[in-house]
Design a protein around this ligand. Sequence first.
Ligand SMILES: Cc1cc2nc3c(=O)[nH]c(=O)nc-3n(C[C@H](O)[C@H](O)[C@H](O)COP(=O)(O)OP(=O)(O)OC[C@H]3O[C@@H](n4cnc5c(N)ncnc54)[C@H](O)[C@@H]3O)c2cc1C
Length: 322
Amino acid sequence: MDLTKNNGLNLKSEAAEFFLFECEKDLHKILEHSEAIEKKIQVIGSGTNTIFPRHFSNIVIKSTNNNFKFSEEGDIAKLEVGAAVVWDDLVDFCCSKNLHGLENLAGIPGTVGAAPIQNIGAYGVEVSNLIDYVECFDTKLKITRKIRNENCDFAYRKSVFQVETNLIVTAIGLKLQKEFNPVLNHESIQDKTYRKASDMIDGIRTIRNTKIPNPLDFPNLGSFFKNPIMAKEKYNSNHKLKDLKHYEMPNEMIKFSAGEMLDKLSLKGMKIRNVGLSTKHALVLTSTGIAAAKDIKYVEDILRNMVLEHYGVELEREPIYL
Ligand SMILES: Cc1cc2nc3c(=O)[nH]c(=O)nc-3n(C[C@H](O)[C@H](O)[C@H](O)COP(=O)(O)OP(=O)(O)OC[C@H]3O[C@@H](n4cnc5c(N)ncnc54)[C@H](O)[C@@H]3O)c2cc1C
């Protein structure tokens, strides 16, 4: 199966073993096959946060579960959504049904099944604020489990699913509001007034389009590094960080913009081996021609080393090499 068009950087990629799955029965069959040929299983979504190899050695699988299940509990609307649903389609669907809470997360590419993996977040909201449970097929126990929010170990761009890769997300359960109460804490939207959810969704997509290069023109994975977070004490003792913008966080922590660090090092727009940093946003790594995972790694290492040398800060990568 050719997966070149199934990854955000358009890296040439193939999987000798590729299967779609919709339900638990399909996963049992795939698991039996994987045990028989002694190959691991690699689940993918739309490949917008992953760096694909030229040839997958594992069995690659992808959900086709597009189901929705709705229920109500007083003011709370509960919606279970299949892993294959496109995240941004879900945002529009909820808006059309007057179900609220996802507005800040409009415009994020990818699938519903991948949303809890790195706990997608934007403009002051993380998906963990809305998740009730994550339905998973556990390949170790060979059963379907519903993992409640409090057991998902959600944090900034983190969750238990990054560690327990035996959990294949089959659906997510969301708790949504029936009234539109916009969350406007983020600095980019704090001065805005949105009368309707659809206005907010359009507004967020417009802001995103001005900041992030369009993946159709410039193949990319969104932010390539996480914004560093460190203890205030460490910040105070590092004079190299003094001329950077910083944001106070709970528990005496400070957050920086990794994009600003790269920008201040004049790396915006740099390019080596058909890999570069966008001229629009220094945190967005783009593939500008034929490139492979090793080229991405080469550029990643240069960027990390420069930031470490100059600021004494170790950047953490956001996308995952498969
Ligand atoms: C232009 C652009 C902008 C972006 N903006 C944001 C942003 O604002 N905020 C943000 O948080 N992210 C952002 N991202 C990153 C990306 O959109 C999200 O991480 C998204 O959730 C990835 O979805 P995907 O389906 O493409 O996942 P993939 O890249 O296919 O997979 C990501 C990870 O999830 C795992 N996975 C996928 N499906 C499943 C499943 N069913 N069960 C278990 N594991 C699974 C994969 O194994 C992999 O480890 C952006 C990306 C791009 C290209």
